[in-house]
Design a protein around this ligand. Structure first.
Ligand code: FES
Length: 149
C-alpha cells in the first residue's frame, strides 16, 4: 500500500521568470548625447522669394502660360480678373497645365482633360486632389510669384 506522499509524488520545481523583474532605470536614455530641443511653436512659414516671372501683358485674360522658375514649372493663369499660379505639372501623367485651356476659373489639362480650379488648385472631380499653388502679386506691369526659398 502506498502512502499519501507517494501518490502526490515529488513536487517538481516550477520554472518561473526571475522575480523581482530586473529594474529598468527611468527615464530611459535613448541617445548617448543630449538632443537639442526645438522651440515651440515651430514656425511653419518658410522663407519665400518673390520672383518676377512675366509681364502682365504676356498672359492675356482667359489664358495660361507656363514658365520655368528655378527648378520648377509654374503655370500662370489670368482668370477671374486676377493672376494665379499653380504647379505646372499635372498630377495625372505630367501634362502641361500651363498649356491648358481656361474657361472661367477652370483649367483643363491638354493631355487627358483633368480640370482644376486655378484659384485654389482644387481638382474638379476629386476632392482629394489639390494642385500646389503659389502666391502671386502684380506690381506695375510685372507679375511676381512667391517661391519657397
Ligand atoms: S496629364 Fe493631365 S490629365 Fe492626364
Amino acid at each position: 500500500m502506498r502512502d499519501a506522499g507517494s501518490l502526490i509524488g515529488n513536487p517538481r520545481p516550477v520554472s518561473r521568470a526571475p522575480y523581482p523583474a530586473p529594474r529598468i532605470p527611468y527615464p530611459v536614455s535613448r541617445t548617448p548625447y543630449p538632443v537639442p530641443r526645438i522651440p515651440y511653436p515651430v514656425s511653419r512659414t518658410p522663407m519665400s522669394t518673390w520672383i518676377r516671372i512675366a509681364a502682365a501683358a504676356d498672359c492675356p485674360p482667359g489664358e495660361a502660360r507656363e514658365f520655368l522658375v528655378e527648378d520648377r514649372i509654374i503655370a500662370l493663369f489670368h482668370a477671374g480678373g486676377g493672376f494665379y499660379a499653380l504647379d505646372g505639372i499635372c498630377p495625372h501623367q505630367g501634362g502641361p497645365l500651363g498649356r491648358g485651356s481656361v474657361q472661367g476659373c477652370v483649367v483643363t489639362c491638354p493631355w487627358h482633360g483633368w480640370q482644376f480650379d486655378v484659384t485654389t488648385g482644387q481638382h474638379q472631380a476629386n476632392r482629394v486632389l489639390k494642385q500646389p499653388s503659389y502666391p502671386v502679386k502684380v506690381e506695375g506691369p510685372d507679375v511676381f510669384v512667391a517661391v519657397d526659398g
